[in-house]
Ligand binder design. Sequence first.
Ligand code: BDR
Ligand code: CA
Length: 311
Amino acid sequence: MIIDADTGIDDAMAILYALKHPGIRAEGITTVFGNIPVERATDNSLRIVRLANAPYEVPVHPGASAPLVREPTGFAAEVHGTNGIGDVELPASEAKAQAEPAADFLIRKANELEGRLTLCALGRLTNVADALVRDPSLAGKLERIYVMGGAVRVPGNVTPVAEANIWGDPEAADIVFRSGAPITMVGLDVTMKTLLRQTDLDLLLRLCKPENRDIARFLNDSMRFYFDFYRESNSFFACAPLHDPLTVLAAVEPGVLRTEEMRIAVECESRLCAGMTVADLRRRPQAGSPVQVAADVDAELAVAKLLNVFL
Ligand code: BDR
Ligand code: CA
């Protein structure tokens, strides 16, 4: 698996989950602007890899710092903190970021692992689109792309209709969705139901393996920031949606989701609707490309499985 992330609070938890999962071999992390500038996403990823203490090397490859064609918009300090991980100071890593850029790494690994590479895209799709434009054959070499992004039957979280990762670079998302790669879209329809509560984190601190205590502490500290944001914006009580962790989970535990095949097109023209993932739900759909869209989730099971790797 390669994880492409704009390493904010929920990306960090997704990476920790992947690195602790015995059935996942993380080939590397590629970084992208989004929640924070790409330099910070790279630095956060290195710190998270150090925290996870994986028994093998996990290289971090820096990627895009801006959308493919649009002017960059701001970052999401109000959601993820100024440093992207809830303003928690994690020790710096001795490892350095790789010189090979994200898109080159994606293409190289897909060739090496032909048909066996899963890509989890947890931020703007800029790196993935960049790689697909440079090598369109990449689409046929990936086992599947799990995209955290979009919304079909629920509202957006940045505009009335758009989810942040798609809204942040609609042209990139459009390229990825049209590429012919097998895609599972894990959007707000399911991630907004998959809520982590403070009580889950309290339990994690009590029950985690001793070697995962620092991870449990980090999750407690960083999630505090995230909870505060969601409490103010959505009136949740000390809980927050696990967008990115659920997306990685979907790749190894498909049973937690119910997917429906839909044709999805990304709106790139409209001012009001830019970044909308338009599902053609007509009886004879024509617009867009076929995508497995996560329509429902067993949220309790998902949260339990996400925490279980640390116990
Ligand atoms: C997505 O946007 C980011 O804030 C999160 O990390 C997640 O990937 C949710 O819309
Ligand atoms: Ca993310």
